[in-house]
Design a protein around this ligand. Structure first.
Ligand SMILES: [Zn+2]
Length: 337
């Protein structure tokens, strides 16, 4: 069955990377603060609508020119590459094409390296895994990206990424919405090729968290020794419940608690950060990829999480929704409002 194949192949790819110590030899040390951000060009590009357009040509025409960010030669032996957004969704069919592999990154760990001496500084954590989530889409959810980080070793474990097709919107409206949102990154084509409705995304996500033993499909179960990390409360306090209503779904039990990274940041560094970019700037962490492409934002937030762990932060639940009343309780007195 297609769903099972997708989730098992993503697990397979990760476990083979996790055990590879060779991989670490060319990863940049995590703490390097030199900028790897090249100037961004955000002009929208029009795309040929030729149905024969391959995965590779979508990106070589667009992402290359739109958002190339290269690491400086002195700190990296290989140039930064945009992610293959078919691969992140378990749908790349070009894994044996060397040209394609050269152009696109097929390993999220590349942008989430862990420096062994930094990992030694991690304080004991209450949770074992963090699921960094950064939704995209204001009217309806368009992208659901999750990056899974080991709370103790700070290592990247796995990722789950799906583009999401709106349910209550006309085809015409979806086209305009996607052109405006993803056209500027040159990934509107892959969005149209791969997006599935939110209900299907959640089914596949449940297979994925089940495969990692983070959740069991029982009444009212929260995640097992894991929690979502979001940048702000919007994703899980507001957007997911809204989308569940539109998609006529019951709010799943694993969305009932989360970590707002801004609150952890405020309490740990004693500084207020308004968003991801502020935190990255203050911590001098170079950004990778395209800001507001969900999978890249999730990766960048995961980089902040790694840094905060290395700095000695304890990262724990900041908000809980009570299922009886639907009220959200905030667990930190000192928090961003
Ligand atoms: Zn690919």
């Amino acid at each position: 069955m297609a769903l099972a194949r997708v989730s098992s192949s993503s697990r397979l790819s990760v476990s083979s990377f996790t055990t590879s110590s060779m991989l670490h030899s060319f990863l940049r040390p995590f703490s390097t603060s030199s900028s790897i951000s090249a100037p961004r060009f955000s002009h929208p590009r029009s795309f040929p609508t030729d149905v024969g357009l391959s995965q590779d040509s979508f990106a070589s025409t667009a992402r290359e020119e739109g958002d190339v960010i290269e690491a400086p030669r002195s700190t990296s032996r290989r140039p930064w590459k945009p992610m293959c957004l078919y691969y992140t969704q378990g749908k790349c069919t070009m894994m044996d094409d060397t040209f394609h592999l050269e152009k696109f990154n097929h390993n999220l760990m590349m942008d989430l390296p862990v420096n062994a001496s930094a990992a030694d500084k991690v304080k004991p954590q209450k949770l074992d895994y963090f699921l960094v989530l950064d939704l995209e889409g204001k009217v309806e959810i368009l992208e659901f990206p999750v990056v899974m980080i080991d709370a103790h070793s700070m290592e990247f474990v796995d990722s789950f990424h799906r583009f999401v097709r709106p349910t209550a919107m006309s085809e015409q409206r979806i086209r305009e919405y996607i052109d405006g949102k993803y056209g500027k990154f040159g990934v509107d084509r892959v969005w149209h090729d791969t997006a599935i409705p939110f209900g299907e995304v959640l089914q596949e996500f449940e297979d994925w968290i089940g495969g990692h033993e983070l959740w069991k499909q029982k009444q009212g179960e929260s995640l097992n020794s894991a929690a979502f990390i979001t940048c702000g409360n919007w994703d899980l306090k507001t957007k997911v419940p809204e989308q569940c209503k539109v998609s006529k779904l019951k709010l799943p039990s694993y969305f009932m608690e989360w970590i707002n990274l801004k609150d952890i940041y405020l309490n740990f560094y004693n500084r207020r950060a308004t968003g991801m970019m502020t935190m990255m700037r203050e911590l001098q962490i170079p950004t990778v990829g395209s800001h507001h492409l969900g999978i890249d934002d999730a990766k960048n937030i995961a980089r902040i999480v790694q840094r905060m762990l290395a700095d000695g932060a304890m990262i724990q639940i900041t908000a809980k929704r009570h299922s009886a009343t639907n009220d959200v309780e905030f667990l930190f007195k000192n928090r961003i409002r």
